[in-house]
Write a protein that binds this ligand. Sequence first.
Ligand code: SAM
Length: 326
Amino acid sequence: MITAPLTDRFGRAIEYLRLSVTDRCDLRCAYCIPNGFKDFEEPEHWLTFDEIERLLGVFAALGMKRLRLTGGEPLLRRNVSELVQRIAALPGIEDVSLSTNATQLARMAVELKAAGVTRLNVSLDSLDADTVARINGRPVLNEILAGLEAASAAGFAPIKLNMVVMRDNADEVDAMVDFCLERGYVLRLIELMPMGDTARKMGYVDLQPIKHQLQARFSLVDAMLPGGGPARYLGTTDGRFTVGFITPLSQHFCATCNRVRLTVDGQMNLCLGQEERMDFRTLLRGGASDDELAAAVRRAIDLKPERHDFHEQPNKLIRFMNTTGG
Ligand code: SAM
């Protein structure tokens, strides 16, 4: 097995993998999966747990340290806690986190913690039941709130709360800030990315003015939080409130991008906003050795583009977030 660290053509060390364990979801967030979307992967194309464990073992031997389970909605993949347990035990893997819409979290928080999930990100775009039903496609606010409570009770801390800010909920940022302050959640505000028509219709909102308002309201200073992601954090000096900004459009972070994405059917997407990818399912099912898989990982990393073109070519990407491994 080759052991030099994974570095791309632009000198970026690649050590973070977002693993989509399903492209299905119980919600229809208007910016993510269009209503009526039917083009889900065939179950026989889903990587099995054995295939995932083997491939991640190869990645880990090449220096991949952090994993995040995502989707679709990862808690819909049957026995996902067993998968967590298996990949958390791989030598070299230091951190297994998970992003969820939290609809299933009330019943699963304890088992996820026991299985080895270190950190949880929960998506919540509004605290208003009607807005949630409208943006997220189902009236699930109460389930999400129950999931958040169960996650805190299970010992997840800090919980990061992801709010995608768009035309429809931009006036709710202050309410979300107060909610997070009260409960000790870290708020992360995310700019809408133009992935597929469905996201482009939702009305992009530049987060810079919102950042300046919050900075002034709370006298925020730069803050650091664990996690391998692109958020830039600000916090109060007493540590009571931290807010992260994920601003792929108004201030992109491609120069420090350390990640790749693996879809449920074993395709590695090298950039959220570009089409370069590598097919690992065919390699795994075609009998590739570990050395051949490792060589393919290196070839894939060599394909990683320098940056996305969301600004310059907002209509370029027809792929939806759920099929990307968001
Ligand atoms: N179902 C899980 C969840 O809700 O967190 C994981 C998958 S979801 C695709 C991951 C994150 O991507 C969510 O926070 C979601 O809001 C965000 N997302 C989806 N489409 C997006 C878009 N077009 N722009 C920005 N964020 C998006």
